[in-house]
Design a protein around this ligand. Sequence first.
Ligand SMILES: CSC[C@@H](O)[C@@H](O)C(=O)COP(=O)(O)O
Length: 352
Amino acid sequence: MSLESIKYQRGNLEILDQLLLPLQTRYIKVLGVEDGWKVINKMQVRGAPAIAIVGCLSLAVELLKDDSSDKKIMRQEIEGKLNYLVSARPTAVNIKLAAEELINLANTLSADETVSADNFKERFISFIENMLVKDIEDNKAIGNFGCEAILKSLEGDSQIRVLTHCNTGSLATAGFGTALGVIRSLNKSKRLEHVYCTETRPYNQGARLTAYELVHEKIPATLIVDSMVAALMHVRKINAVIVGADRVAANGDTANKIGTYQIAIVAKYHNVPFYVAAPLTSIDMSLKSGDRIKIEERPDKEMTHIGEFRIAAPGINCWNPSFDVTPASLITGIITEKGVFAPDKLHEVMNK
Ligand SMILES: CSC[C@@H](O)[C@@H](O)C(=O)COP(=O)(O)O
């Protein structure tokens, strides 16, 4: 069974505290929007799809406790709370798009005189709950499309080796994962020889989370530090790089975990195809290119310390951008739940 990062039953939300993994497995109760904002901001839950789902579910939990019978007031509060949740982390677009969709829904339900306050609440909460189901379905489709496209692009039926960065698995989504979902599908198809996962400094999502998921799933894998990617591609044939995304601009430029851009450059040099696996909820057609994607900067402590232990010289200045933008020209294909697209063909699926 894959790891469960989000446990939800109507009125009850718990998340697996990813700051404690892999050493401790502890779930935290999320009682409402304030808790939702905090667990996202502190990165107790992280990964673009998981951030959106947990943020919205925290609102669903809070709304269930609200006994207001005034739809107009509910609508206004929902809008304020969603905007607050979006502010917890700025780079991943999924929560912003989900908030826009939910605000539209609240506007429609509020304006519809045939909808009672109780009915408003029920329909609004059900809509959010459906995000959990849809994310898993989408991830499975991404896994299948990605596996098929990667295998088709290779000659013969040899075993393949892939590299991934950061964590894009069950922990970063409602379940199954995006890039890690493709890797799961490759493994299931018996064509996967080996996965290399990067440590992903400074927060170590690769060493702590992806390595944990790969061991848990018994997928053959090796951990490398981020600075080993070029050496790995030089000495060992890597057939594909597969990463996730926090925000893909209309032209295919992709913001993902810091370090993704340099892996894409190294992959280009070594002629290794570079794939981004992401649901359509990670695509931001309102931005023409990646230049305008806001990059979150995280506290210095994530660089200077491992846990509570300081490793950097006291007094040194730090720069800690959490994401970088990989230009579309370095990306072979974007794997979505609707198929695999060259970056310049994204508009075809988004306009459908
Ligand atoms: C399916 S998760 C895709 C991305 O969100 C992931 O690669 C990533 O960059 C996560 O960053 P994080 O800072 O851990 O939230």
